[in-house]
Design a protein around this ligand. Structure first.
Ligand SMILES: Nc1ccn([C@@H]2O[C@H](COP(=O)(O)OP(=O)(O)OP(=O)(O)O)[C@@H](O)[C@H]2O)c(=O)n1
Ligand SMILES: C[C@](O)(CO)[C@H](O)COP(=O)(O)O
Length: 224
């Protein structure tokens, strides 16, 4: 699943950031190519921002039906749910990866690490060490300073056995206070007994979020 349902408001380009040209191609073209040419994947589904589905279909066309495009939802979580809907009645032991389109420079190596981890675990996350000191702040005061070695930064893909993810979302959707910024967070909160395996991420998995990230993205595109 390539989640491309967002509008890129923080980049502020006036169109979804996944359609901004970087290295001469729309950002979305990079993860679509990586996923479409990955040996370990049977289906690729792009969840695209409403009103921009045709642009994603154009990028999917060279892969001859291997890449499907569906319309996204209003939040990342809603787009995840649309992706799960698009999976139809795929069996519960299906391995599924969710990837932010905004982390355009994903390589086959990281996909392989996630798929391998799903042989032994129900859920997997890609992470890197934290390099800043991270603190919890409220009311303008530092409330907690977790030791840095205990912290990691989540990237994507995040992977699941489909049945586990379905079970987690079923519980989440019954919770009126449910909010999430990622999918592993849903498993962690609603199925706390399910271990989430962490595998090594990659600095090139930068999430294009602000205009400055586009400068770095140009360099990453040039280095491919
Ligand atoms: N309704 C949404 C919102 C986000 N995403 C996807 O989730 C990933 C991470 O989201 P984010 O970086 O927040 O992207 P945007 O929502 O586009 O950015 P912003 O919050 O600045 O508007 C992106 O690949 C984005 O396209 C999605 O599929 N559907
Ligand atoms: C899923 C994610 O990329 C993990 O770091 C992150 O939570 C997405 O956050 P965003 O605010 O939707 O960009």
């Amino acid at each position: 699943m390539i989640l491309a349902g967002g509008l890129g408001l923080r980049v502020g380009a006036g169109r979804p950031k996944q359609l901004i040209e970087v290295g001469g191609r729309p950002l979305l073209a990079y993860p679509v190519e990586t996923f479409a040419t990955a040996a370990g994947l049977d289906r690729v589904i792009v969840v695209m921002a409403s009103g921009h589905v045709a642009a994603a279909e154009k990028l999917a066309a060279p892969y001859g039906g291997r890449v499907e495009v569906v319309e996204g939802g209003e939040t990342r979580t809603a787009s995840t749910l649309k992706a799960m809907e698009a999976m139809g009645d795929e069996p519960g032991d299906t391995r599924v990866l969710f990837h932010d389109a905004a982390r355009a420079f994903v390589g086959h190596d990281v996909l392989d690490r996630c798929l391998a981890a799903l042989e032994t675990h129900e859920s997997v996350a890609v992470a890197l060490p934290v390099t800043d000191t991270v603190v919890a702040v409220s009311g303008g005061l530092v409330r907690d300073m977790p030791p840095r070695p205990s912290l990691a930064r989540f990237q994507t893909p995040q992977g699941f056995r489909l049945g586990t993810l379905r079970a987690a979302y079923e519980l989440a959707l019954r919770d009126p206070e449910f909010v999430a910024t990622d999918d592993c967070g849903v498993v962690h909160r609603y199925l706390p007994d399910v271990p989430i395996r962490v595998v090594e991420g990659d600095e090139r998995l930068l999430k294009v979020t602000t205009p400055l990230d586009l400068v770095v993205a140009e360099h990453l595109a040039a280095g491919r």
